[in-house]
Design a protein. Sequence first.
Length: 512
Amino acid sequence: MKFIFFFFTFYASVFAQNQYPKDYFRSPLDIPIQLSGNFGELRPNHFHAGFDFKTEKKEGLKVYAAADGYVSRIKISTYGYGKAIYITHSNGYTTVYGHLKLATPTIEKYIKTNHYLDQSYELDLFLKSDELIVKKGEVIALSGNTGGSDGPHLHFEIRDSKTEQTINPLFFGFDTQIKDTKKPIITNLLVYPIDETTTVNRSKNPLLLDLSLQKDGSYLAEKVLANGKIGFGINTYDLYDMDWGKNGVFKVASFLNGKPSFAFQFDTFAFEESKYINALIDFSRYKTMQQRVQKLFMKKPFPLSIIRTNTDNGIVMVLPNLNQIYRIEVSDFNDNKTVVSVPIEYSEKPAIDTLRIKRTPYFIKTNKEYNFEKDNWSVFIPANTFYEDFYLDFEVINNTLFFHNDHVAVHKNFIVTFQDSITPMNEKEKILIASLEGKKMKYNATKFNKQGFTAYSKNLGVFVLAKDTIGPKISISKKIDGKWLNDQKRIQLIIKDDLSGIKSYNGYLNGK
């Protein structure tokens, strides 16, 4: 009875939805809603935290306050959300508007004053509730393309003001403005042998399964013949009626013989959880094939709140004399659903496709710390740096450190050190530990002392010592020599550095 009760609570209460206000927030734009990105969509190293509204491929559209409130934060950066405005509302939520081009005069005056006070373009300002009050439908800015944006659009979020967790805007009534009658699309289904003793369809490696469309609109996967522990993964996306862009799905749930096995649903999540996307997806496949296959099992449990799982963490045990059915349901917010059934049978047939894995002397277990040393190089790996156990490559050749490859996801920094007590201190300040990607060097922030150099990194690969003796380059985008500047609103300069990057920059006019 305990087992049955566990599964009852698994779906009935854990995925029960809060009652969010449906008509409190208006759209921040006055054009029909079209999305270039939705909530929970899979992005490099993170889940997308809101909506990306299309702005007709141009900048300058009016952006409106979604409800009454006050501007509680203004953040301006050359990356991320670029120029962003945060509005806190009396109902306990905060809305965020990112990649803005320009704020309205009152807000822009406040920004400009602080630019001059801080003598900095980048700002992160927190305002009191009585400083910049706005009303629902009031214009607060013009849409733009600032920060880490690949094209003009408006990034929009709704957050819990206390916890700062981001919440799916569809819960607040935006679903009524986005027509969606299409089922999610499943492009790939994979089966994974969980350990070296398992064989699946005569293979020791992950396999793609063929899918056949059934009369009722569901799919039937080819039969899985296996022994031991297996898991499944899918590559999937969703479509809206008026848009052919590929968006993330809302919910994925799997069932073994009718009982819940593994599920995730994009209701709400904390920003610090977002890095666990690299544990949820098949990271190695993503790095090699650019496919984000979402795994429906966990070899090593990780704390991602959107996941609900059974006591086996979604792993299926294939035993003799037991035929099983594994079912996957992929749903959008409107409950348009795509279903796949996978028949599973026990088989003792030996593997034809043997295990493709390079065994090294260094087997890493996630819950332990390690320190590797050779010649002048050493690497310290804290416990829980990685998501799964694996064989690690570690070698030093011709003063170059070869430290595995980028096909393994890294959760937190490991420490790379090069021992050097000979080089004078005045020369060490220009030396750094660089990552070598082909022939290109990539800067790692490096500290130095009498004993040598230290860098923190989340990127496996090749490391070398490099010396940066060339200063940044400054150029002007449009020549102004001998020209009248009366009608020119700005002088635009380009600054760049080929190795260690720009630490800081300042512009002066007549010495100020």
